[in-house]
Design a protein around this ligand. Structure first.
Ligand code: NAP
Length: 500
């Protein structure tokens, strides 16, 4: 089992003891006491105090500045302190590879049987090749480490795969972590690749290295205790990605139905190289968001026909034969939300769509705009496309046999009553929540107004439409429904998943 360790980085002994209690309450297995963070640290007085106050097994680290820590003093005092920690009965002591030989001589190779020696190496710049990593691990083993620790930095998410390859072949217990947001996968998937421990922080102000998730995220969002070698990896590949609510939603659903998979936020730079690198069957499904929805079409071997017409894919599934199949659940999510908005619950199941014959004005000609325009056309609606860049509106309108408008035309466009408006621009989205694609006075031309923007839930457009007495449909409805479609593709459709 991979242990969950909370690094303690408080400036005082009292605060550190309080944080150790918080770590225990949060479900951590052990704490790492970072002695180098304590101001005015006095080993003989403070170490016993810390150990007495700590309710969990303890790893002691006294990291010098030359290895990324805060300790600036001499090595004899540092070694003496680590030896004292061993004598006082700590469970683990961390020593840097660069001085591990010297430390072994200092303690004459003697350490209490209970205490395990972690020999560590940190590279804050990049992740070396597999061969270099394997050599590093061999050097760490050769100095007598009980546990090997290698921490590197991810410049690209694909760098993490090299750490995984080395971890699965390591003959001794190993902690292999790749720092930065692009390396998050290494921290969450440690149990899948045999990692000895992974770090989870108490909160974002208490980090000891870049890219650490909170202990709560590890345990409650990613459900790390249930991750094992057979766990399938799913995730959202996007850039940026950390604002997404998809990991919370998908992981809750996976846990609910007991499907052995974890869903991660994957900060990517190049979709094709990501899919090529993580090509094992266990990396079985991905959501794609900005800026990869169009690239995804090229990356997939097979496509759902509507997704291909839209020219954007938001869901990729790796079939057992290794082939990548692309789908677009955005259009299903948006259209079913609009259908329900028009006709009340259950209307989307009617044989004839409530969109059939209706005039829908789609504002926006990007990924979401295309998805809604194609989806509405499929359902028999008459589609008008308005967009800031008029040429894109024309091109989309031509592709689906509709009419194109400039944004400014929306103020007076009223060929008939009872139209439907769908905003598929990012106007109104956080942080620019004052944006709206259409003047308030023109909203009364519509029966139903849908906004694809889901953060905030009630946008300015929806608020003003409601004030005009128009029926509104929130982007949250689309978000949940597109996720539901993805979940079905990822899991192959599990019976009983009717809780959305
Ligand atoms: P996209 O492909 O980048 O397209 C962005 C669209 O917004 C383009 O039509 C663009 O017009 C327009 N736009 C951007 N800034 C504008 C401005 N200042 N004034 C007028 N128009 C502007 O993005 P997307 O994937 O289609 O996403 C669009 C929105 O839908 C986003 O807010 C996204 O969060 C939301 N969305 C929601 C869901 C959901 O599940 N609810 C799913 C997908 C997307 P130009 O062509 O002139 O640049």
């Amino acid at each position: 089992m991979t242990l969950v360790c909370v690094p303690l980085v408080a400036r005082t002994v009292e605060e550190m003891v309080a944080d150790a209690a918080a770590a225990a309450a949060a479900g951590s297995d052990l704490v790492e006491i970072r002695l180098d963070f304590i101001q005015g640290f006095r080993p003989r007085e403070h170490l016993p105090q810390l150990l007495r106050g700590c309710p969990l097994p303890v790893l002691v680290t006294y990291r010098p500045t030359w290895e990324g820590g805060q300790y600036e003093g001499d090595e004899t005092t540092r070694f003496d302190t680590l030896r004292l920690a061993m004598e006082l009965g700590v469970d683990y002591v961390d020593i840097e590879l660069k001085v591990a030989d010297k430390f072994m001589s200092f303690i004459s190779g003697n350490k209490p049987e209970k205490c395990k020696l972690i020999v560590s190496s940190h590279n804050y710049e990049y992740t070396p090749s597999c061969e270099e990593l394997a050599n590093l691990v061999a050097r760490i083993q050769a100095v007598g480490a009980d546990i090997v620790k290698v921490a590197t930095a991810a410049k690209d998410i694909v760098d993490v795969s090299r750490m995984f390859q080395v971890m699965v072949h390591c003959q001794v217990p190993m902690i292999g972590l790749v720092m930065s947001e692009r390396g998050l996968m290494s921290r969450v998937l440690a149990p899948k690749f045999g990692g000895y421990l992974t770090f989870g922080i108490l909160n974002s102000a208490k980090t000891s290295a870049p890219g650490q998730p909170t202990v709560e995220e590890l345990l409650d969002v990613y459900n790390i205790r249930c991750i094992g070698p057979d766990t399938k990896v799913l995730g959202l590949i996007a850039n940026p990605v950390k604002q997404s609510k998809s990991p919370i939603l998908h992981n809750k659903c996976l846990q609910y139905v007991g499907y052995n998979a974890v869903y991660l936020p994957l900060l990517g730079d190049n979709l094709a190289s990501f899919l090529e690198t993580y090509s094992s069957p266990d990396f079985s499904g991905f959501s794609c968001s900005l800026p990869f929805k169009v690239d995804a079409v090229q990356c997939c071997n097979e496509h759902d026909p509507v997704a291909k017409s839209i020219g954007a894919i938001n869901t990729i599934v790796r079939r057992p034969d290794g082939k990548l199949v692309g789908y677009n659940t955005d259009y299903i999510g948006a259209i079913s939300a609009i259908e329900d908005g028009i006709g009340g619950p259950g209307s989307k199941d009617a044989v004839i769509s409530p969109l059939a014959g209706r005039l829908i004005v789609v504002v926006g000609a990007g990924g979401a705009g295309k998805a809604i325009a194609y989806g509405a056309k499929e359902k028999g609606a008459r589609v008008v496309v308005a967009n800031r860049t008029y040429e894109k509106a024309v091109s989309l309108a031509n592709a689906i046999g509709g009419q194109a408008l400039r944004l400014a035309d929306l103020e007076t466009f009223r060929p008939e009553d009872g139209m439907i408006l769908a905003n598929a621009t990012s106007l109104g989205m956080q942080p620019n929540i004052d944006g709206t694609p259409i003047p308030k006075k023109a909203l009364s031309f519509y029966d139903v107004v849908f906004d694809a923007v889901y953060a905030p839930k009630v946008t300015r457009l929806l608020r003003e439409a409601e004030e005009c007495g128009v029926k509104v449909v929130s982007g949250v409805e689309m978000f949940i429904r597109q996720a539901m479609g993805q979940f079905e593709h990822f899991t192959g459709g599990i019976e009983g998943v009717m809780f959305f």
